[in-house]
Design a protein around this ligand. Structure first.
Ligand SMILES: C[S@@+](CC[C@H](N)C(=O)[O-])C[C@H]1O[C@@H](n2cnc3c(N)ncnc32)[C@H](O)[C@@H]1O
Length: 241
């Protein structure tokens, strides 16, 4: 088994590929004035957990998942089977075509870069449309353990740094919510169960991947109240002349 195969084996069949809860999606929807039958795209939808929440919350909407990895697009397709208002596409979220009333993007915008991704999506938004995305932040005064958790994430800033990146892209923030604690605990509980299930008989490559995931979880346990995604609601700033 190669390292890539081992990585896929660990993260296959997870409910989601990063921290987040249905309540986060529901909160975002409660803050955004959507039309009666909105078109919502989940960019980097992974295995589709948020697609299910969106589909239930917006029965008259058109919900689309975009995911670059074939096996995850397939898992999202399976997760949303039975929802006639959902379609899943394997593709590149940088190429989303509008008009979208909402682009939802949980833990995936960093692949494009926050400012770059928002600039790319600006023309895909319908008038009045918004982007909701979650992104790591590290607040001033957070313990060293929280900084240690994010050592492999060079784009990390505090909230004001994130605000600056959103502003640079020509957007403004109109809502923000912390994603920490329980959402992370739930994600890592599922990942821990996968690690335990795969540990017996694991070869060299898989053992290394399991060890790395265990290290990540134990780093999170050092500062669970300070390792955070911030869920951001952003819309294009109006240009005044
Ligand atoms: C951290 S995971 C989050 C997945 C999902 N949103 C969730 O919360 O479970 C990030 C996802 O973005 C996907 N992704 C990364 N770059 C992408 C791109 N350019 N187009 C589509 N999907 C992409 C990855 O394959 C991965 O499934």
């Amino acid at each position: 088994m190669t390292e890539d195969e081992a990585f896929l084996a660990l993260y296959r069949d997870m409910t989601r590929q990063g921290p987040g809860t249905p309540e986060d999606v529901q909160w975002a929807l409660s803050q955004i004035a959507l039309p009666e039958a909105p078109r919502v795209v989940d960019a980097g939808c992974g295995p589709g957990a948020d697609l299910v929440t969106l589909a239930k919350a917006l029965p008259h909407g058109r919900i689309e998942g975009v995911e670059q990895l074939e096996h995850l697009a397939q898992e999202a397709h399976e997760a949303t089977r039975g929802f006639t208002n959902v379609q899943v596409f394997q593709g590149d979220m940088a190429e989303i075509e509008g008009p979208c009333d909402l682009i939802w993007c949980a833990g995936a915008l960093y692949f494009l870069g926050v400012a770059e991704g928002l600039r790319t999506w600006r023309t895909a938004l319908a008038p009045g449309g918004a982007v909701a995305f979650s992104e790591p932040v590290l607040e001033p005064g957070a313990p060293d353990a929280a900084r240690d958790f994010w050592t492999e994430y060079p784009a990390l800033t505090d909230f004001s740094g994130l605000e600056a990146r959103v502003h640079d892209a020509g957007f403004e923030i109109f809502g923000a919510r912390e994603i920490k604690g329980l959402a992370w605990a739930g994600y890592y509980a599922e990942l821990s169960a996968r690690i335990a299930a795969l540990r017996d008989g694991a070869g060299t490559a898989l053992s290394a991947v399991l060890d790395a995931a265990e290290r990540e979880i134990s780093l999170w346990r050092q500062a669970p109240g300070h390792v955070e995604y911030r869920l951001i609601l952003a819309r294009p700033r109006l240009v005044t002349v």
